[in-house]
Design a protein around this ligand. Structure first.
Ligand code: AMP
Length: 251
């Protein structure tokens, strides 16, 4: 497995794989890898004879006050996971390489601006599109793999690739979850044991929404209010249980 932070060296390796008629698969990540990322690598491994993974915590997609600085980073662990998974090249650029002094060119998918997550994270998708566009130009993959966990991101990237004629096929793969239903995520490392349990309410609420839709409920407001009620109930139940056990201990 070859590791480089250098754009020209990465291109050189990839070009020589292409000269050998190898199909190039690409998995962009921000590192601190888990089973979700590895499922994308596995899919790439199946389809392609040369697999590239990138590890880059992209400053451009973090808003002011977000967790860019404290985002978990663990390169040596990632390296050994990717090696085991059969990756051929890790592209591990520095922020200075990706965004040179006076960098001023961005990619913005305008249709989704101001809706869904873009409402609460202005500039986030612009950061994502810009970095993914740059990575597509550097790696020039035949196929790129994204997770359904970031559904909006995957749709926006598909649109960007189509609108801007990137010659790459985008594959979107299912969410990988922990055994109890919580979606695997690098940010799960932020959660204390109690918060980890609380987070399960989100999965339960999504399952409830699925059930309601399947049983004919078509009104999104009603579905959202039932989901909110379930999350509240989940919290109430956990608080009651906590209080109950505290009482037992103090008695
Ligand atoms: P990230 O490192 O969070 O930027 O994620 C890199 C890629 O892995 C993105 O395409 C994510 O959607 C995907 N991914 C992250 N978590 C999961 C998961 N639990 N299941 C499937 N794909 C995931």
């Amino acid at each position: 497995m070859f590791i480089t932070a250098d754009t020209a060296k990465a291109r050189q390796r990839i070009n020589s794989a292409k000269e050998q008629q190898k199909k190039v698969g690409f998995v962009p990540t921000m590192g601190t890898l888990h089973a979700g990322h590895l499922s994308l690598v596995q899919a790439a491994r199946k389809d392609c004879r040369f697999v590239v993974a990138s590890i880059f915590v992209n400053p451009l997609q973090f808003g002011p006050g977000e967790d860019y600085k404290k985002y978990p980073r663990n390169f040596s662990r990632d390296e050994s996971l990717l090696k085991k998974a059969g990756v051929d090249l890790i592209f591990y650029p520095r922020a200075k390489t990706m965004y040179a002094h006076k960098f001023s060119t961005y990619i913005e998918e305008a249709f989704s601006a101001g809706v869904l997550c873009a409402k609460s994270r202005p500039g986030h998708f612009r950061g994502v599109c810009t970095v993914v566009g740059k990575l597509f130009n550097i790696i020039q993959p035949d196929v790129a793999y994204f997770g359904q966990k970031d559904y909006q991101q995957a749709q926006i990237i598909k649109k960007m690739a189509k609108d801007l004629n990137f010659p790459v096929q985008i594959k979107v793969l299912p969410i990988v979850r922990e055994p109890d239903g919580l979606a695997s995520s690098s940010r799960n490392t932020y959660l204390k044991a109690s918060q980890r349990k609380e987070a399960l309410a989100l999965f339960a609420a999504l399952k409830l929404a699925e059930l309601l839709i399947k049983s004919g409920e078509g009104n999104p407001r009603k579905i959202i209010s039932r989901m909110r009620a379930l999350i509240k109930l989940h919290r109430l139940y956990r608080n009651l249980r906590r209080g109950y056990f505290r009482n037992i201990k103090s008695n």
